[in-house]
Design a protein around this ligand. Sequence first.
Ligand SMILES: [Fe+2]
Length: 301
Amino acid sequence: MRALTSQRLLFVFDLVIILSKYQKDSLALCFVYPPMPTAALTHETEHPDIAKMPQSGYFAVLSDIHSNWEALQAVWQDIGEFQCRGILCLGDVIGYGPEPARCVEWVRNECFATVMGNHEALFIENQEIPADEYSMTVTVPIALARSQLSAEQSQWVHHMPFTAEAGPMTLVHASLNDPACFYYIHTDEEAGDHFSLQSTPISFHGHTHVPLIWEDYEGEISCYDATGEEVKLRRRGRYNINVGSVGQPRDDDPRASYVLYDPERHQIIHRRVAYNIREAQARFRLANLPAFNSHRLARGC
Ligand SMILES: [Fe+2]
């Protein structure tokens, strides 16, 4: 693992990225998402029983599919190349892309546990999305999801928990620091807030769409790049793994991102998977989604 030379540098870098994205997409949900009171605030932590699953092999952990069926299919195929005992999903199944119903159905059928993302939280709000707070890049795909999802699929989204604990793993879309507020983890302090609420050796999150490894080693917080190589985690460390995004990566690499985790060997691999981006973009155009949503797929940012 390669340590970043300065956490301050990472923060400044992220801030620049955020500001530049903010200018391009001034009301993009992921950068200005405000705390939002919602019925889902009462959802309790789910405890899926992983003892029912095969007792060896990887867990595949996915996040931020964002209705991108092309990317999801490619990841599904890649998962098939490994001995996997189960798939876990960290939310934002919907939003941004053209095929929310198809992606929701796949996640319902294939994933052992799924937690709520900020786009699902927006979906279940019982009101119009305020146009002065969110750009059309967000509101149009949410409206599409509301028209596309069946009553049964919508009910499933409504009942997603904000967090889940399965064996050594905690699942959350953003931070354990008030999961319903979807705070970003960009700094040591924000990572520390998260770790202070993490009771398992490892947690997984998404939300920023940037794959990373956060480590809490005896109270010292470090951040490591995701290299794609197999990473042996330290037994005395605690970890918070950002799995990146399946359907809309934002680390300047357009390939879909997810993570494989082997709990017995305490190892992870950040996987990157190429997929047919032109075909995905054609699907976006067919659904009349804002051009920005499809253009960014090719840039990976
Ligand atoms: Fe997202």
